[in-house]
Write a protein of this length. Structure first.
Length: 144
């Protein structure tokens, strides 16, 4: 990948959910600098191997992370991010279909910034994702 600014890293294996997420962010003009990764192994390679300081190289402002991913789970990715000195301050928002208490607990134990269950209803999904983008990209004050 060429050196360019990426505000949002979307880690989502379901192409339909990824497309809906990107569509909701585009609708609010928040998806111009979005990079989509489809599995956990590719995500860790992007964040840890290839780009030891991805936050500085790409100016990442938020990671949208699904938990149920092929190859390497979202839980493992979250742990790697939050235990890495160069990545730990990037806000990670888990966007998942899981309502399991143990998943919620594990994410917060590993310093997730937010845990959101994907709404099933189309318009509610669009509104939720738009709100996430507006909050984390426009309202939240983060470390540069």
């Amino acid at each position: 990948m060429e050196n360019k600014e990426i505000d949002i890293l979307l880690i989502e294996d379901n192409p339909n959910d990824a497309e809906l997420t990107m569509r909701a962010l585009r609708k609010k003009d928040l998806a111009n600098n979005l990079h989509w990764i489809k599995d956990g192994e590719e995500a860790l390679d992007f964040l840890l191997s290839e780009n030891k300081n991805a936050r500085l190289k790409y100016n990442l402002k938020m990671i949208l992370l699904d938990l149920k991913l092929p190859k390497i789970s979202g839980f493992q990715i979250l742990k790697h991010i939050k235990n890495n000195e160069n990545l730990k301050n990037i806000p990670v928002v888990v966007l998942t279909s899981s309502k399991e208490d143990r998943d919620l607990s594990e994410c917060y134990s590993n310093s997730v910034n937010s845990y959101i269950v994907k709404p099933v209803d189309f318009s509610e999904f669009m509104e939720t994702v738009s709100s996430i983008g507006i909050y984390w990209l426009n309202l939240n004050q983060s470390i540069k």
